[in-house]
Design a protein around this ligand. Structure first.
Ligand SMILES: Cc1cc2nc3c(=O)[nH]c(=O)nc-3n(C[C@H](O)[C@H](O)[C@H](O)COP(=O)(O)O)c2cc1C
Length: 375
């Protein structure tokens, strides 16, 4: 199959898989798709290690790296350090989190609750630059940025290295801005997607973005877990698809066991967009964490990265307690996931997911062709 994406990235099938796990990235790349490693949680040294491993196991097949460059971030304009930013977290919020964890038995009476200032470090300009330095020292075939327009330096650097640059957008205006900045590939990410996402659904967003930025190729993202949805995306004018949630339920993914179990049991109605995990609206599995933070007695969400300084630390403890068998911690446990969670009832090898997607895409196209021939 040939589209502007398969030509740009040198892949057999126009499928991009976003994952924070190198094993998923490798498995998709080695099965004819394109693995995109989310770099945000790695230090530059860790990223170098991950990419060296990918180089060894993908044997020249193409993969890419994704970084988060938020346009708006509390404390950044004032040049605050991570610790100075952490000092902006109101005591009321820390107390609310501590009390919540105490009530659910995640921490004991004498236990302290510490913020995680490192949540701010991951977005610092020097850190993102260092991650990109590492990425460009490996044979990456695509770099992507989410949550804002990439800087002119990043665009120039990618272009001088011959590496295309992609950006995620949730609105037509954002797509136009990215196109003007020189981005080579636009990912139209709809409301139903897992992670940070906007108001407009993939079905409505994709054709509008395609029209607005032509001839720049567009990928549809959000709500895609099988080949029928890929066929629909191609029909909407996309050159391929960008997927995230589906890979959380693969054998190669490091998804927490309790999260996986909750995903398997969840329906598409069990996700919500909420600010109470990162400070920006992100789609995730609804849990008691959300019910508590969105209740009348809650002090409410803080902006990014302040909210992450609380939730990263809290979810580390929640994960440990849930793994140790606490039902209360289990009820709090949650992770980012899109509405396609309702289609993800079992855990499969990533290659099997890729092949099933290709097969169901072929079937969907055959069905459409048959219908057209009959008329
Ligand atoms: C667990 C999770 C984490 C994500 N983290 C990022 C990220 O760091 N950078 C990014 O560009 N997109 C991120 N996304 C969004 C994905 O790249 C992708 O656009 C989205 O998952 C597509 O929708 P789907 O989940 O319905 O497949 C994340 C998605 C999920 C599910």
């Amino acid at each position: 199959m040939r589209t502007a994406l398969t030509d740009m990235l040198g892949v057999d099938f126009p499928l991009v898989a976003f994952s924070h796990c190198r094993d998923v990235v490798a498995a998709v790349t080695n099965s004819g798709g394109f693995g995109m490693l989310g770099a945000v949680r790695f230090t530059p040294d860790q990223l170098d290690e991950e990419l060296s491993w990918l180089d060894a196991v993908t044997h020249g097949r193409p993969y890419g790296v994704d970084v988060l460059i938020p346009t708006q971030l509390a404390g950044r304009d004032e040049g605050l350090s991570a610790d100075e930013t952490a000092a902006r977290v109101p005591a009321e919020h820390v107390e609310f989190a501590r009390d919540l964890l105490l009530r659910y038995g995640v921490i004991g009476n004498g236990d302290d609750f510490q913020l995680r200032p490192a949540a701010a470090v991951q977005y610092e300009e020097e850190n993102v630059k260092a991650l990109l330095d590492v990425a460009f020292s490996h044979p990456v075939k695509l770099v992507a940025s989410a949550l804002g327009v990439p800087s002119p330096e990043l665009v120039a650097r990618a272009k001088s290295g011959g590496v295309p640059i992609a950006a995620l957008v949730g609105k037509v205006e954002h797509a136009r801005r990215q196109a003007a900045a020189g981005v080579d590939l636009i990912v139209a990410q709809g409301h139903e997607a897992g992670g940070h996402t906007g108001e407009i659904t993939t079905m409505v967003l994709t054709p509008q973005v395609t029209d607005a930025v032509a001839p720049i190729p567009v990928l549809a993202a959000g709500g895609i877990a099988d080949g029928r949805q890929i066929a629909a995306a191609i029909a909407l004018g996309a050159a391929g698809v960008w997927t995230g949630s589906v890979w959380l339920m693969t054998e190669e993914s490091e998804t927490d066991a309790a999260v996986r179990e909750k995903f398997a049991a969840a329906s598409s109605a069990d996700t919500m967009r909420s600010r109470v995990r990162t400070g920006k609206l992100a789609r995730q599995l609804r849990s008691s964490w959300h019910d508590e933070w969105e209740s009348a007695g809650s002090p409410g969400a803080l902006p990014m990265p302040l909210m992450e300084m609380i939730s990263d630390s809290a979810f580390q403890k929640i994960g440990q307690a849930a793994a140790a068998g606490s039902p209360e911690a289990y009820s709090l446990q949650s992770y980012f996931v899109g509405q396609v969670v309702g289609m993800l009832g079992s855990v499969r090898p990533a290659a099997e997911v890729v092949y099933a997607m290709i097969e169901s895409y072929i079937e969907a196209v055959a069905r459409l062709t048959e219908i057209s021939a009959d008329n």
